[in-house]
Write a protein that binds this ligand. Sequence first.
Ligand code: TXA
Ligand code: MG
Length: 319
Amino acid sequence: MENSYSNIFTFNKNILKKTIYILNNGGVIGLPTETVYGLGGNAYSNKSIKRIFKLKGRPKFNPLIIHYNNITDAVNDIETNKNFKKLYKKFCPGPITFILKRKINSKIKPLACANLKTVAIRFPKHKIIRSLLKKIKFPLAMPSANKSASLSPVNAKDVNEEFKKNLSFILDGGVCKIGIESTVIDLTSDPKILRPGIINKRHIEKTLKKKVKNNNENKKISSPGMMKKHYSPGIPVKINQKKYDGKSAFVYIGRKYKNRKNFFCLSKTLSLDEAASNLYKIFRKIKKMGYKKIQISKIPNIDSGIAINDRIKRASKFK
Ligand code: TXA
Ligand code: MG
């Protein structure tokens, strides 16, 4: 063991064997993806899925994403279509989740999909999960590895912080490059983005050569996980802030407040991808430092800024 945590393991051949053993026996583990860390278990096993819901404290009506190595592994479980194939070719493996119709004889346990006729699937890019998915005979049901409604973890220690002794096996894959959750797109009829991410509407429209809808917040919740209070650091978050209140942690983008105490920069160069990758990292740091409130300045609502604004807006609903 190279670290002081008894439940965090560095990936190697022996650990891979142990990981496969745990998963084959209905166990649940923490593991890295390129977006955020996940809490993974066998999507064909009720035992695993029940454990995931229990550990997360997740309501049963909120379905899980099923992770595959490639499209060949997924075709027996889902109905493919043209839009899916185009997006798969362009972006996978990568940070995008597709909602598709579930095949009648799909082996995915209905419990993982909250008994819906649809299923969310994703093909993650991180080296560790890819080498694991190649070796196991089932896909991984895997939500982000955080307690329900809190911040997604972006390194192995964050996962430990969420579950402590209740999770005895976490694979260390370093810091997640992307840092926020995958884009979720519903492809069961006209394409509709349910959760914005780094792969944005513009990228998707360019690939599909057609207009794509955004989820309308005011309508009924079409993605069960898209509850308003979500992604919360556990302290109040105030968005679109112009004036520092003198005591909160102030989060911003650019160079305006360089080197000021209590000020935290998401990206000096105004890169929205970089800002997204730093968001949860900085929120967790602020919380740990003991601040009682987060103020955040206006974030441009374009490209990855749309995903950032989605998350901070939801975080701001926490009182
Ligand atoms: O980047 C990610 O997607 C990460 C990593 C670990 O892969 N996973 C993740 O999972 O963010 P989770 O469970 O935290 O978020 C899954 C989202 C939820 O909002 C859920 O409601 C939605 O996907 N979802 C799952 N199945 C769905 C379905 N059949 N229809 C609509 N939305 C669905
Ligand atoms: Mg989540």
